[in-house]
Design a binder for this molecule. Structure first.
Ligand code: GLC
Length: 492
């Protein structure tokens, strides 16, 4: 590793505590803070959305204008700064693009100029860093929103004195979202678009931004080792297999860490009683509180919890048919989330059929998420794919045994009872079939009822498992180092 701090510009479309729609935001906060703590000079850059609630604290640094150089008008914008602990966050304020009610969509409909919005953001990043005199060693890009930056770095700024030594790393949090937009949205790329278009076309008329990142980033990482492997397969790469295959020597998997300062049952402020692996009495209090809160009877039956976005990715089309059968047993199931209206309707219908056993809470609530983690006995994550997943790590820490599909980060963090009884921390099924999920649910239930001492041993072991950011930070530093030692990327 280089002796001096690495200068890292962390590019994110959302950052926890400022703007969040999913797990990317958690990482975009925790990883820069951990890198900073490890002595790196890291700064975050993101859009200044209207929804960011710390507006008043933001300090204005610059007024800038992006000269587009073609028929488009020049674009005025401003740069603000906020501190996230000791990490500076640069916020790009542009009225037309970011003064909106949501980050990317209105209800279920994505804004129809998202391609243009993030092209602007990506171009502005170069102007801002130069104006601030912050010369990044590494542009750390995340998902499609900032995947154009590696392309710009290579094609536009490759010989620019300020940027010619900078390298780019692209983290893939979810390759199912690729940023595919019609070509006309890329006018802000000016003449550059021509060179780019042939290489990252999607169909006849669209550009795929994630492809640009995969093609041009110096190094790429997926957010778990298993997801990195899956991205090299036809089945697991969301159609990008050939692109990832071409970059396979530059692709690694780095597991996300878990924020135990927010998710530790011994210190959690959202739950009615704290507990730890050496004294679980508080967990029974949480369990009762969860039953009261969700209006379920105070029965001594196992509680299966689930908290997530209601999307196909999370495995609802496996879960709904499996629950039809599983709810015949003496169990309680609590599902919390918002999202797809079709899934909402199906969960509501199922709840009507099993009002004493299934509770669906149509809400996004951090507080309730903590209570479910603390009060349930099992946590459900039957995802079709899961790049890393955070809830299973929280569940482990809370002694709420995860029942997961063996994909991506789920496979890397949970040890299955049948495969590794001595190290078991949960239950894994593999085939994406409702029958396989039902089977694992029943096996988990049987173990709970008939081998309580085994269940307790698993719970204890789960609570001791740790996925610290420290580990990931070392791996990211090694990746930055590799990127900095690359002279130029191998053109696939
Ligand atoms: C995305 C993925 C999730 C991952 C998160 C953070 O939301 O779907 O699996 O944990 O990004 O990397």
């Amino acid at each position: 590793m280089t002796a001096h701090p690495v200068k890292i510009l962390f590019l994110a479309s959302e950052v926890e505590s400022l703007a969040k729609t999913g797990g990317l935001a958690d990482v975009a906060k925790a990883l820069p803070l951990a890198l900073k703590e490890h002595g790196q000079d890291v700064r975050i850059i993101m859009p200044f959305y209207k929804t960011i609630n710390r507006h008043d604290e933001a300090e204005k640094l610059l007024d800038l204008c992006l000269h587009t150089g073609n028929d488009c008008q020049d674009i005025d914008y401003a740069v603000y700064q906020l501190m996230l602990e000791d990490v500076p966050v640069y916020l790009i304020q542009q009225h037309n693009y970011f003064e909106r009610d949501q980050l990317y969509s209105e209800g279920e409909f994505a804004y129809d100029d998202n391609g243009e919005r993030f092209t602007f953001f990506s171009r502005a990043i170069f102007q801002v860093t130069e104006a601030l005199g912050f010369k990044p060693d590494i542009f750390h890009c995340n998902d499609w929103h900032t995947a154009l930056v590696p392309y710009l770095l290579k094609q536009k700024y490759g010989h620019h004195p300020f940027f010619c030594n900078s390298k780019s790393v692209l983290s893939i949090h979810n390759a199912a979202f690729q940023g595919i937009f019609e070509k006309h949205q890329f006018q802000l790329l000016e003449d550059l678009a021509d060179g780019l278009v042939d290489q990252i076309l999607d169909g006849y008329n669209c550009i795929n931004l994630l492809k640009a990142g995969i093609r041009f980033a110096d190094k790429i990482n997926a957010v778990s080792p298993t997801y990195a492997e899956e991205l090299l397969t036809r089945l697991g790469s969301h159609g990008l297999c050939d692109y990832f295959q071409q970059r396979r020597s530059d692709l690694v998997g780095i597991l996300n860490g878990c924020e135990y300062s927010d998710w530790d049952p011994a210190t959690d402020r959202f739950i009615p009683a704290n507990y730890s692996s050496s004294d679980l009495s508080g967990k029974s209090v949480c369990r009762q509180a969860l039953q009261v809160k969700t209006d379920l009877a105070q029965l001594d039956v196992p509680i299966f919890g689930m908290v997530c976005r209601l999307t196909e990715q999370k495995g609802f089309y496996l879960l709904l048919p499996a629950l039809e059968q599983f709810l015949r047993h003496r169990v309680q199931v609590i599902i919390v989330g918002t999202g797809d209206s079709g899934i909402v309707a199906e969960l509501e219908a199922l709840q009507q059929k099993w009002p004493d056993k299934l509770r669906f809470i149509h809400a996004y609530s951090n507080e309730l998420a903590h209570l479910v983690e603390a009060g349930a006995d099992f946590f459900l994550m039957p995802s079709l794919f899961e790049p890393c997943g955070l809830n299973q790590m929280y569940s482990l820490a809370y002694g709420t045994l995860p029942i997961v599909r063996g994909v991506g980060g789920l496979k890397d963090t949970v040890n299955d009872y049948d495969e590794q009884p001595e190290q078991a921390t949960g239950h894994i099924f593999y085939d994406p079939e409702p029958a396989d999920l039902l089977n694992i649910l029943r096996r988990a239930l049987l173990l709970y009822l008939e081998h309580p001492e085994e269940f307790q041993a698993m719970r204890h072991r789960a609570m001791l498992s740790r996925f610290n950011w420290q580990q990931s930070v070392w791996q990211y530093e090694a990746l930055y180092n590799d990127a900095l030692n690359v002279n130029s990327i191998q053109q696939p």
